[in-house]
Design a protein around this ligand. Sequence first.
Ligand code: SF4
Length: 292
Amino acid sequence: MHFTGTVYRNPYWPTFPLLQITQGCTHNRCKFCTMYKDVPFHMQPLEWIEEDLKELSEIFPEARTIQLLSANPLAPSFEKLLPIFEMIHQYLPKMEKIYLCTRVTDIQNKTVEQLKKLRELGMREISLGIESGDDWTLDRINKGYHASDILEQCHKLEEAGIDYWMTFLNGVAGREHSHEHAVNSAKIFSQCKPMLVGTGGLTLFPGTPLLEEAQRGEFDPLTEEEMLQELKTFVENLECDCYFNTHHTIGVNLSGPHFLKRKERIIAAIDQNLQYGDLNRMASIRRNKKSL
Ligand code: SF4
């Protein structure tokens, strides 16, 4: 297989087989991320993709799902993606679901009709690393889009019948803008119809501009307690009836379907952790994280 350097995949989807169709990230400028720092964005050569598919067809001839890599494999134009999707079916004829994580901006260069075609070919569920629905925060972390872009592109996915995940990055606005980040993100997420809302807490990794800013006193990170308070504000304001998923550092599992039915229970669990949780233990779990 032609995997170039470190690859990241969504651990909640079937993890085999994986197929790399792009290298790196087209944006590569989010201030909290080092995932693809040294990997310039390229399309993977078509010959490599075909060789990998041949190999996969020998190992997993019955494969019904596949996960496409790397950071944002939906970035190339529809015209470039179509032959790859068709080739997946040629080598793996039982293919039903093609999963991928990507950026909101990668949907901009595709029409609803083109998205429908990709859906027909299996792209029924994708994950969007939204991080925030608050414009001040999106600019602060250099995300490269605004709340209006999130709404426009997510509504296109809905029209095309493609399910999508949205993630909220708890803590990324720092202390200065925490409340607005939580409230405005929940407002924007609530105007969309994600099948899943995921939340993860910010860790300041070595090599990230945000850590350097924190070291210079220009970014004021939240404490574990403030992280939980921000998460609670986000949950209180979120109105999507989705699966709610969190890999937060708290010891209680808040994940599950029917968010709106469970909302009060989730808030109560966060309150309980705010009162009795071991905040030092949570901080230590966060410090030991190696990547996003
Ligand atoms: S967070 Fe995602 S979009 Fe931003 S630089 Fe990292 S991989 Fe690219």
